[in-house]
Design a protein around this ligand. Sequence first.
Ligand SMILES: Nc1ncnc2c1ncn2[C@@H]1O[C@H](COP(=O)(O)OP(=O)(O)OP(=O)(O)O)[C@@H](O)[C@H]1O
Ligand SMILES: [Mg+2]
Length: 282
Amino acid sequence: MSAAPLLEVRDASVRFGGVHALRGAELSVSTGSLCGLIGPNGSGKSTLVNVISRLTKLTGGALLMDGDEIDSLSADRARAAGIARTFQTVRLLPSMDVLANVMLGGATHFAQRSVAVNWLWPPRRANANRTARQAALVALERVGMAAHAHARPQALPYGQQRRVEIARALASRPRLLLLDEPTAGMSHHEREEVGDLLMELRREGLTQVLVEHDLAMIHRVCDHAHALNFGRVIASGSTQEVAADPGVREAYLGHGSSGERAQDSERAQESGPPESPAKVSQ
Ligand SMILES: Nc1ncnc2c1ncn2[C@@H]1O[C@H](COP(=O)(O)OP(=O)(O)OP(=O)(O)O)[C@@H](O)[C@H]1O
Ligand SMILES: [Mg+2]
C-alpha cells in the first residue's frame, strides 16, 4: 500500500434513529488498489458505500478524496468528481433497454456542469447524448454485454443484469468504483468472470472498493481488505491478515467478546441478528 490514498474515511458515524450503522469507521483506499470490504450482515458495509457515494449523510466524521473533504457533496457532484457505484440489489429501469440504462450512468456525468446550457442549446445537448452513448457502448463492450445493448434488462439472466450495472457505473469513467456485492446470486463461473474483470480494471488503474462476503473471492482479486463489525473497522491489511484476524473470525462465526457484544446489545436488538454468516474460507 505504497500509493497515496485516493479515499480516506475518518471517524465516520451514521445514525438511523436509534440504530448506529457506522460508529467511528476509519479506512483508507490507495490510488489504483482493489480494496475488499467484508463484514457480517448488518455490519455497515452498504451504509459505508452509501456514505462514500453521498446517498447517505454522515452524522459525524469526514470523507476525503485526494485530500479534499467531500462530505458536503451531493450524489450528483460525487459522480461528477469520479465516484461511481453499483447497488447490492439490481436497479435497472425495466422500461428502457440496456443501452439506455447504461447511458444514464454517463449522462449526468457528461451533462453535469451544463444542464441548463445543454437544454437551451440543442446541438450541445445532442453532443452530450452522443458522448454518453459512446461511453455506454464502450462500457458494455468492456463487461462483455455489447451484444445485448438493445435487450430489456428483465429479459437477461441475473448475472448479466449485474454486468449491465457494472457497465452503467463504468460509463461515467470513474476514478473510484464502489461495488456492493456485485456477484451476489451469480454462479461460480460468473463470479470468476467478474473477478477477472475487476482485476483487469485494476490493472488499467481504476481504484475499486469491493464489498463481498466470500473471502475466497477477496483473496483472489483484492490487494488489501478492511473488515467491519457493528459499524467499526475491526481489521485492515492484506487479505490474508484480515481473514486470519481473530476478531474477524469471531465476528463471522458469532463468538464475539462478551464486552463488545454487551455494549452493542441495544443496537443488536434494534437491528436483529445477522441473517447469515459469510463464507470464511482460507
Ligand atoms: N435506511 C436505514 N434506516 C434504518 N436503519 C438502516 C438503514 N440502512 C441501514 N440500516 C441499518 O444499519 C445497519 C447496517 O446496515 P447495512 O445495510 O449497512 O449493513 P451491511 O453490512 O451492508 O449488511 P448486508 O451484508 O446484510 O448487506 C443495519 O442494522 C441496518 O438494519
Ligand atoms: Mg449490504
